[in-house]
Design a binder for this molecule. Structure first.
Ligand code: 6GP
Length: 827
């Protein structure tokens, strides 16, 4: 600091910022101040949106002192933190969560009532930021919640997409996607900092030059964009801590070209601007076209380069000795999307900071760790080298060198085992860059997301690497935040738990074990069952208001909500529904014998995934017929509310009786919906897949409906040759369900409509739904049998809650910290 700079003298200017008074009066005052000063309106003239913004601003004000203090604390402590690099954060609504963190939920409700407002009406206005597709993005959101709650320094880095995951509607039963303009009314939760924008470069070429007798390389890029940070608060639960989520938005380096504009060519005047700003326009643009694919790589590099530069150039002290970078940060790679960060850090260290290659590589290998979230080979990203070379020429050179040196090491170990070298090369035979391999070579650790997944990752996907790098592979089973998915989503259950075992369980979820003895307590069971019943009524109300559905009170609620993918096998469940329907209408079974059930689906299909969209159409078509057929009335109903998202999940999960987790064994990496349902007292019907395996081990076989082939059985069947038709012939119910669909029963007599779905199943069935049908139907009979015994069912449901504490994301975070990150909390 320069000696001439005046120092603050006013007592308020030197004291830390303080929060408004935590009373109803204090809240009212702050709320009205925000409404008047922030929105420029009087209460009497305010719109609902004004009131929502003022309420959000008020909650923010209560968190602000803690946030600023945490930023300061983390800067002075200079301790090691986690920089979580994720292309997705599926945050869900912020208001309730942030209110919960402050402990002011009740005060806020009373304060708004005192202003003549209903807080429920105000909170309903929030549009959730849907900056993720599904499990991977929601997991990132749970993790940053847990880190804040544990007081571990963390910055989440990602992209502020202008349009998040599409809004799904159904037209004639078919999915139609609409843009999710979540920012159209502004966002009260973000703090944009255009003055702190980073310049991110693309294209151009590389050259070598003589640096005092040393030959060095440098990148001469062709074009730049600005990455503008938007900061979000990530408050811990009742611990006074607030971490930061920093999302980058793309802005053109120069605005529009005034001269061109004045000459009348309006489109040309904004062309460059539009091109640059497209980078953060939409979550995961379609990557089926070459243009789309390039944009996706631009997005990945854009946010990763901005984040690394942010950390290295702004967060670290100016004179920081970069050889000590691993003592300050671990960059966690959330799947392959941010893996371009590996050559980027190398470029920064070698080209910009002047470090020697070997020293830079030693630092880089300690600073990254990689989490894989899938086993589907098509989801492991590869980038064609011509594309990568065109967009990031220096990075491609760096990747080649990393690969050459790595393959030299492989040769040293195994001699000229060319086959092995081809298998392990980061560059595939067709020249493409295998990002998962790059992440594995560079990462200090590589983890899968459930025991089975981590085992298959080592044994089947990356076996050569597991052998080459002993100790590098590990498992961290996923978890979910109990703050959002129990406390906020299920206040009734939360109250019952606290009344029974006292407080403290929300940050120490293993304590749910203390509920176990109460499973045998009839009055507790009754209280538990009435919470479930109330949650079902609340869901019914929501679905009625949202979609005009009616939910029958006495029905079992059988729920399958998740992205639509063939491997997740929504069709298996649908075939079972059709077979039950068929059994009743054909008179084989009397309606009275069937347990009344409402089936709830929620699923978005990727816009370019034709089969998934056909399956959505079929579910809706079956629903339309079943729901209007008097012969099954009061017995079967199929509901498919459109636009399943975090907000709807918070309603559906606490209401469910039965959770469907029915993927083909070996395909679902973990699942996290499965954990949310178990924690909220649903029983699971599921295969031995992903985290289902661990759920079943923990809750006990007798409290879980297992069915289907195991992963080794699947592998054997695939090897010996799978013929779905054999399974159709062996099960008349399956045969008649398929026949009924083919007959046009769900398509106004036109059998051709769903022919592609049926013939795909009967002739290919890549995820072996038909092979598991018989076993699934048998498990469903066990479900009915247990459900008929209300007390026994409730007992099992309670045990599911009591034994699922392991699935807290706090536990996942502890595992990452102990085994991968080594980042202690800052007190
Ligand atoms: C998902 C997995 O499919 C799911 O099983 C897992 O629970 C979740 O990640 C969190 O680990 N994967 C993705 O969403 C994805 O995009 C590339 O993987």
């Amino acid at each position: 600091s320069t000696p001439s700079r005046p120092q603050p003298t006013h007592p308020l200017a030197v004291a830390p910022v303080t929060a408004p008074e935590a009373t109803v009066d204090g809240f009212v005052e702050q709320f009205l101040r925000n409404l008047n000063n922030g929105r420029g309106v009087a209460l009497s003239a305010s719109t609902p949106n004004d009131r929502y913004f003022a309420l959000a601003a008020t909650v923010r004000d209560y968190l602000m002192a803690r946030w600023l203090e945490d930023v300061r604390r983390q800067r002075t402590a200079q301790s090691k933190g986690v920089a979580y690099l994720s292309a997705e954060y599926l945050l869900g609504r912020q208001l309730d969560n942030n209110l919960l963190a402050t402990g002011l939920t009740e005060i806020a409700g009373e304060a708004l009532a005192a202003c003549g407002l209903d807080i429920d009406e105000v909170r309903a206005l929030e549009i959730e930021p849907g900056l993720g597709n599904g499990g991977l993005g929601r997991l990132a959101a749970c993790f940053i919640d847990s880190l804040a709650t544990m007081g571990v320094p963390n910055i989440g880095y990602g992209i502020r997409y202008e349009y998040g995951i599409f809004r799904q509607t159904f037209v004639d039963g078919q999915q139609v996607e609409q843009a999710d303009s979540w920012l159209s009314l502004g966002s009260p939760w973000e703090f944009p900092h255009p003055e702190a924008a980073q310049t991110i470069s693309f294209g151009g070429h590389t050259e070598t030059y003589d640096d005092d007798g040393v030959v060095r390389s440098r990148w001469i890029p062709a074009w730049n964009v600005q990455a503008v940070p938007h900061n979000y608060m990530v408050p811990g639960y009742h611990n006074g801590r607030v971490n930061t989520l920093r999302l980058w938005s793309a802005q053109a380096t120069q605005g529009f070209d005034l001269r061109t504009f004045n000459s009348g060519d309006y489109q040309e005047a904004v062309r460059a601007q539009t091109y640059a700003e497209n980078i953060s326009k939409v979550l995961y643009p379609e990557d089926s076209t070459p243009q789309g694919k390039e944009l996706r790589l631009q997005q990945q590099y854009f946010f990763v380069a901005a984040s690394i530069s942010d950390f290295v150039n702004l967060i670290l002290p100016r004179d920081f000795d970069l050889t000590r970078l691993p003592e300050r940060v671990i960059f966690q790679l959330n799947d392959t999307h941010p893996v371009i960060g590996v050559p980027e850090l190398m470029r920064v260290l070698v080209d910009e900071k002047g470090l020697e290659w070997d020293a830079a590589w030693a630092i880089t290998r300690e600073c990254f760790a990689y989490t894989c979230h899938t086993l589907l080979p098509e989801a492991l990203e590869v980038w064609p080298s011509d594309l990568l070379g065109r967009l990031l020429p220096r990075h491609l050179e760096i990747i080649y060198r990393i690969n050459d040196e790595f393959l030299d090491e492989v040769r040293e170990r195994y001699g000229d085992d060319e086959d092995r070298i081809r298998r392990m090369s980061i560059i595939a035979p067709d020249g493409a860059v295998r990002m998962a391999f790059l992440a594995t070579v560079a990462g200090s650790k590589v983890n899968g997301v459930a025991e089975l997944h981590s085992q298959l990752l080592r044994e089947k996907v990356l076996p050569d690497f597991d052998e080459f790098f002993p100790g590098k592979f590990t498992n961290v089973t996923n978890g979910v935040t109990p703050r959002r998915f129990v406390k906020l989503a299920n206040p009734g259950l939360s109250r019952l738990i606290t009344d029974t075992i006292g407080p403290g369980w929300l940050t120490d979820l293993d304590r749910l074990r203390e509920l176990e003895p109460f499973a045998d307590d009839a009055s507790f069971r009754q209280a538990f069952a009435s919470v479930k019943a109330a949650n079902k009524r609340a869901l019914a109300k929501t679905l009625h208001a949202r979609d005009g559905f009616t939910v029958d009170d006495g029905h079992m609620l059988d729920v399958m909500v998740k992205r639509l993918h063939e491997y997740k096998r929504q069709t298996l469940k649908l075939l079972h529904i059709v077979s039950q329907y068929d059994a009743i209408v054909s008179g084989r079974v009397s309606p009275a014998e069937v347990t009344p059930r409402t089936f709830v689906f929620g699923a978005k299909a990727a816009p370019g995934y034709a089969m998934a969209k056909r399956i959505i159409h079929l579910i809706n078509a079956v629903g339309e017929v079943v729901n209007s057929d008097p012969r099954v009335e009061g017995r079967l109903a199929v509901l498919f509310p459109p636009n399943y998202n975090v907000t709807l999940a918070e309603r559906v999960v606490p209401a469910a009786d039965l959770s469907e987790q029915i993927s083909l064994a070996g395909k679902e990496a973990s699942g996290t919906g499965n954990m949310k349902f178990a924690l909220n007292g649903a029983l699971t019907i599921g295969t031995d897949d992903g985290a289902n395996v661990e759920i079943r081990q923990l809750v006990g076989d007798e409290n879980f409906f297992l069915f289907g082939m195991t992963e080794p059985e699947v592998a054997t069947l695939a090897e010996t040759g799978y013929h779905p038709i054999d399974f159709v012939r062996a099960d008349e119910n399956l045969q008649s369900a398929l026949d009924l669909i083919s007959s046009g029963a769900f398509s106004c007599g036109d059998g051709s409509v769903f022919e592609p779905v049926v013939s795909n199943l009967v002739h290919h069935d890549p995820f072996m739904a038909l092979a598991d049908f018989t076993s699934y139907a048998a498990a469903q009979q066990k479900v009915d049998a247990l459900y008929a015994d209300t007390e026994a069912w409730t007992r099992s449901a309670i045990l599911n809650v009591a034994r699922s504490g392991f699935f807290s994301s706090d536990r996942s975070m502890r595992d990452y910290i102990d085994r991968i990150w080594h980042t202690p909390p800052v007190r």
